[in-house]
Design a protein around this ligand. Structure first.
Ligand code: NDP
Length: 308
């Protein structure tokens, strides 16, 4: 039977460690702080930001939620980021994506001080990551590494294949796996013989954004499957394509009218040695790593940590 890598439990353990670290920093007069910037009223973004702010409160971090109307301009956002860069009680700045199409998102993210870039998206941090220097790494990729390490999956020497090369997930996860001494292959939409490559993976990371894209034939028996994808299925036809006969999912679909599926087909999990489920795998790690990065940024900014 494949082992289920329980992201909820791993995220809870990381949050517990963060809360303990926040307590010990409090004894030294330091309270790590996160500024969350939300533009407009996209319901999913509102939920994500609310969860992040709530988690700060749960773990003892300071947080400041700044909401701007949909009409906010690039100039207004740049001004806000400059203010947050200068505020001493703010250690991490999170600009919730996506920003309205009018706004120059790249310019806004690049304006964040690299020392406060807790999403790890600034080119300076991307460069540090690539150079193998201490950096604030993007949260979801950092979470993938935590899942592997804390589940006792050997990374060093393994053959890791990452499908997807986005700046947010694919590329940084590949860099982090390389740092951990895996032999890494990055695949994308132009890759020839994708299945031939994915079948060689000891660790297969899917970050594609296509429901159930990785099928059982693409997986080597016993491989570890890390499913970063989050895709919502809301029609009966879609549901049946992935989950026909799954009574538990059927009940969830009947109740909510939709269910989530990752980028890995549920049938592929059966041939794996271990896998992250969707939901409850990689997803919960993203907020946990955001909290961890905020504490790390607070310590780095005050020279309270040896470089890691
Ligand atoms: P992007 O759309 O930015 O990148 C998708 C990548 O998949 C691209 O590199 C693309 O290749 C590649 N790809 C697309 N089609 C194929 C194909 N047919 N064969 C091989 N590769 C292909 O997505 P993200 O990286 O931002 O996100 C990926 C998934 O992860 C999404 O489902 C997203 O919702 C999820 N996600 C989950 C998070 C979490 O907390 N769990 C956080 C962030 C994302 P190319 O570059 O050639 O176009």
């Amino acid at each position: 039977m494949p082992k289920i890598l329980d992201g909820v439990a791993i995220a809870a353990a990381i949050k517990q460690e963060v809360a303990e670290e926040v307590q010990s920093l409090a004894a030294r007069g330091v309270r790590p702080g996160l500024a969350a910037v939300l533009v407009g009223s996209v319901p999913a973004s509102q939920i994500y930001v609310r969860n992040k702010v709530q988690t700060c409160a749960d773990l003892g971090l300071y947080s400041d939620l700044i909401t701007l109307p949909d009409s906010a301009s690039t100039a207004e956002l740049l001004e806000l980021v400059a203010v947050l860069n200068a505020r001493d009680e703010i250690d991490g700045i999170l600009v919730q994506l996506p920003l309205p199409a009018r706004v120059d998102a790249r310019a806004v993210l690049d304006a964040i001080s690299p020392a406060k870039d807790v999403d790890g998206l600034h080119p300076v941090n991307a460069g540090h990551l690539q150079a193998g220097r201490p950096a604030l790494a993007p949260c979801t990729p950092a979470g993938v590494i935590e899942i592997l390490k804390r589940s006792g999956i050997a990374i060093a020497g393994s053959r890791a294949v990452v499908v997807g090369r986005s700046d947010i997930v694919g590329k940084p996860v590949a860099m982090l796996l390389l740092q951990q001494n895996a032999t890494v292959t990055i695949c994308h939409s132009q890759t020839r013989d994708l299945a031939g490559i994915t079948r060689q993976a000891d660790i297969l990371v899917a970050a594609i954004g296509r429901p159930g894209f990785i099928t059982p034939e693409m997986v080597s028996p016993g491989a570890t499957l890390i499913d970063v994808g989050i895709n919502r299925l809301s029609t009966r036809e879609e549901f049946d394509r992935y989950f026909a006969g799954d009574a538990k999912r059927e009940a969830a679909f009947a109740k909510r009218g939709s269910v989530l599926v990752g980028d890995i087909h549920p049938k592929a999990f059966a041939v794996s040695g271990a896998y992250t489920p969707v939901p409850g795998g990689v997803g919960p790690l993203t907020i946990a790593m955001l909290m961890s990065n905020t504490v790390r940024a607070a310590k780095l900014r005050r020279n309270l940590t040896a470089a890691q």
